[in-house]
Design a protein around this ligand. Structure first.
Ligand code: OGA
Ligand code: MN
Length: 326
């Protein structure tokens, strides 16, 4: 059997490349090695795995319960005969959602239970652009100045993708729209601390991204500026940022509890097809509260108020405060 080799990404505070392994046939010892590397590095790059939908889901399931497995993250649809459709129009809700992924985020913080980790496998990638970038929230917290650490120690932010779509793109999806990776535009907002203690390593990290807004206790302008400046700080140092330049066959997995990511822009007329699998967080550490919890009402109200402001403020953004019709 080949020897598993874990090589830290050069010049980065996080991430490693893993070779000498076939993710489709991992025995328990090999999986333990990968799990340990995942917790240590937060981001693992596996070149040349050529996983299909089922293999992607199967590998994901070893980390925990799936939110979804082997799903297309793409601007084309895979047809029954194995070929691909024409690229989708950028005004479709699916493409609006894909473009939303170009803002720094961790996955599913807008759900009651945020994600533990996620995986992408490249099938079709444009020759230019369309990379995925990652950033290290753990190193960022460690390198944050004392005054800011003190300031944010007890602060939390609401998380909603109705917010991030409106704020980043001027996109106002109807709730339960088709083609939006499940019902993610549900009108709830979940409160999460700005500083997270990782449930498995005990190491603190920043926990902010595009879905975060409305820090209770701060005026709106101050809250916006704080979220913006924290994300900006995380990605301001190249040692904390890694860009995955996809080759078909590559698989990447990252820890959504301390690693930010975003898609990079590309020529949207060219096909891009990645297979995605997302693992749910453990409720004991990633559950904010459920929608029927009395605490949910404050989030719902904060979001409704915020969207009312953005209806006007976001008119100049890409989608001009509109709702997709398909
Ligand atoms: C995701 C995501 C980025 C990309 O799959 O959650 O944000 O590059 N994808 O497509
Ligand atoms: Mn994502």
């Amino acid at each position: 059997m080949a020897v598993i080799t874990v090589t830290p990404l050069e010049g980065k505070t996080f991430g490693a490349t893993v070779t000498g392994v076939d993710l489709r046939s991992l025995d328990d010892a090999a999986f333990d090695r990968i799990r340990a590397a995942f917790l240590e590095y937060g981001l693992l790059v596996f070149p040349g795995q050529d996983l299909d939908e089922k293999a992607s889901a199967d590998f994901g399931r070893r980390f925990g319960e799936l939110e979804f497995g082997g799903q297309a993250l793409a601007n084309v649809r895979k047809l029954k005969d194995g070929t691909y459709s024409e690229v989708l129009d950028v005004d479709t809700q699916l493409m609006r959602t894909n473009l939303g992924n170009e803002g720094w985020h961790t996955d599913s913080t807008y759900k009651p239970i945020a994600s533990k980790c996620a995986m992408l496998s490249a099938v079709i990638v444009p020759d230019e652009g369309g990379e995925t970038e990652f950033a290290d929230l753990r190193a960022a917290y460690a390198e944050l100045d004392e005054a800011t650490r003190d300031r944010i120690a007890d602060l939390s932010a609401y998380h909603s993708t109705n917010f991030s779509q409106a704020n980043d793109l001027g996109d106002f999806p109807d709730s339960n729209v088709e083609g939006a990776y499940g019902t993610v535009y549900h009108g709830e907002a979940y409160l999460r601390p700005l500083v997270k203690v990782h449930p498995e390593t005990g190491i603190p990290n920043l926990f902010v991204g595009r879905h975060a807004f409305g820090i209770p206790g701060l005026p709106r302008a101050e809250s916006r500026e704080l979220v913006r400046s924290l994300v900006e700080f995380v990605v301001s140092d190249e040692h904390r940022v890694y860009r995955q330049e996809w080759q078909p066959g590559d698989t990447v997995i990252w820890d959504n509890r301390f690693v930010l990511h975003r898609a990079c822009e590309y020529d949207y007329r060219k096909p891009r097809y990645l297979i995605g699998t997302r693992v749910a967080g453990d409720a004991s550490s990633e559950l904010a509260y459920l929608p029927d919890d009395p605490r949910a009402e404050a989030g719902r109200q904060a979001l409704a108020q915020e969207l009312e402001i953005l209806r006007i403020e976001a008119r100049d953004r890409r989608y001009g405060a509109t709702t997709a019709t398909r």
